[in-house]
Design a binder for this molecule. Structure first.
Ligand code: PMP
Ligand code: GLU
Length: 406
């Protein structure tokens, strides 16, 4: 008897979902490197620094205790939730109960839990563009509808209150605010956040405040908190944060969220039926990070700032490249629109930024992420969380390659 072929059709819910381009570019660079190709990768936003020693030491100590081999409460161990509540309360000038904190496997997981917990089919989430690649796809996976609000370089890619207002409909549940921004490095001022807060109250929206880069600000820029605008805003804001970027802990996979009790409870329900607690050992390392010395963190921030200044200067020196000054996070987001449509010496036409980025990695061995993944075609993103030597060599390659385009 011949069997029918196995039915390996996957859920149609995923048909519109794209793989993460940041991870794809990084994986391609890593594959080439493994084959012995010398690639400079400006791909994933991942600090090149080692996790600070006191954090690793806390984890080593914790390994000596049997408890670390066990599950924890779904939302994280109590001392960690207390430390997070204290830290976020201080940053956002509010009071947060440890019961309203949920620890997850990275801020990405926190956001996913949030959208699954929050959205009914067709519910809308407003996302200013350029945006981090994963927001729209996460919203869609949760059955929601991303509503993209374009912003302009003249406004340093920040969303104006009237643009927010114009995109609100009766289906709008939330607006995503990511300051400092991935990919633009834009930092909203206190006045800008307050102006957006007015619209949030006027239209009774929730705010998803992705603060993963809040500690990485430079040149006098300061992080402005939506929740700190006032208690009405704190009551409407879900804070999403984590240790990946600030503490060089991407691989530990710890992020967290704090917000209104019913929403955090619903997120905990999602997590309890999917991943359970994040890794116990990583939670204890995170506790050490949040309660430990600040100096190693400041040293990394200072190094990022030096790299930021260098990369911007080098990019601006390439004829045809325009590069705004990023004031936070660790990304440069130059406009390479002038090179789109041009041809390489072998005749290959750079029809868009995706083709351009493919060509750059294949022919110049420099990996950058196409802006179209962030809703900003023509731009590219370079993570400068790599070493200074890589920055200099990588931008040299980029320059040499771009200048061959006619
Ligand atoms: N938000 C933004 C804007 C990011 O760039 C990232 C980067 N990974 C995350 C959330 C998630 O970080 P993680 O899952 O490592 O905590
Ligand atoms: N958030 C980082 C980035 O944008 C890491 C990769 C990812 O999760 O997207 O590069």
């Amino acid at each position: 008897m011949s069997l029918p072929p196995p039915n390996v059709k996957t859920a149609s819910r995923l048909d519109a979902i794209k793989p993460s381009i940041t991870l794809a570019v990084t994986a391609k660079a890593a594959r080439l490197k493994a084959q012995g190709v010398d690639v400079v990768s400006f791909g994933a936003g991942e600090p090149d620094f080692d996790t600070p020693e006191h954090i690793k030491a806390a984890a080593r100590d914790a390994l000596g205790t049997p408890a670390v081999a066990r599950y924890t409460e779904v939302g994280g161990v109590a001392p960690l939730r207390a430390a997070i509540a204290a830290e976020l309360g201080r940053v956002h000038a509010t009071t947060i109960s440890p019961d309203d904190v949920l620890v997850s496997c990275g801020a990405k997981h926190s956001l996913y839990n949030l959208f699954i917990a929050l959205l009914d089919p067709g519910d809308e989430v407003i996302i200013p563009a350029p945006y981090w690649v994963s927001y729209p796809d996460m919203v869609m996976m949760a059955g929601g509808t991303p509503v993209i609000v374009p912003t302009s370089p003249e406004d340093d890619f920040t969303m104006r209150p009237e643009a927010l207002r114009a995109h609100v409909t009766p289906r709008t549940r939330a607006v995503v605010l990511n300051t400092p921004s991935n990919p633009t490095g834009a930092v909203y001022s206190k006045a800008q956040v307050e102006a957006l807060a007015e619209v949030v109250l006027e239209r009774n929206l929730l705010v998803v405040s992705d603060d993963i880069y809040r500690s990485l600000v430079y040149g006098g820029a300061t992080y402005a908190s939506m929740a700190a605008v006032g208690p009405e805003l704190a009551a409407r804001t879900i804070l999403v944060d984590g240790v990946s970027k600030t503490y060089a802990m991407t691989g530990w996979r710890i992020g967290y969220a704090a917000g209104p009790t019913p929403i955090i409870k619903a997120m905990a329900k999602v997590q309890g039926q999917s991943t359970s607690n994040p890794t116990h050992l990583a939670q204890l390392a995170t506790l050490a990070a949040l309660t430990g010395p600040h100096e190693p963190i400041e040293a990394m921030r200072t190094a990022f700032d030096e790299r930021r200044q260098t990369i911007v200067e080098l990019l601006r020196a390439i004829p045809g490249v325009a590069c705004r000054e990023p004031r936070g996070a660790f990304y440069a987001f130059p406009d390479l629109g002038a090179f789109v449509g041009r041809a390489a010496p072998d005749g290959k036409v750079m029809s868009d930024d995706v083709v351009l980025c493919d060509w750059l990695v294949d022919s110049a061995r420099v990996a950058v992420v196409p802006g179209s993944g962030f809703g900003a075609a023509g731009h590219v993103r370079l993570s400068y969380a790599c070493g200074m030597d890589s920055i200099k060599e990588g931008v040299r390659r980029l320059r040499e390659a771009l200048l061959t385009l006619r």
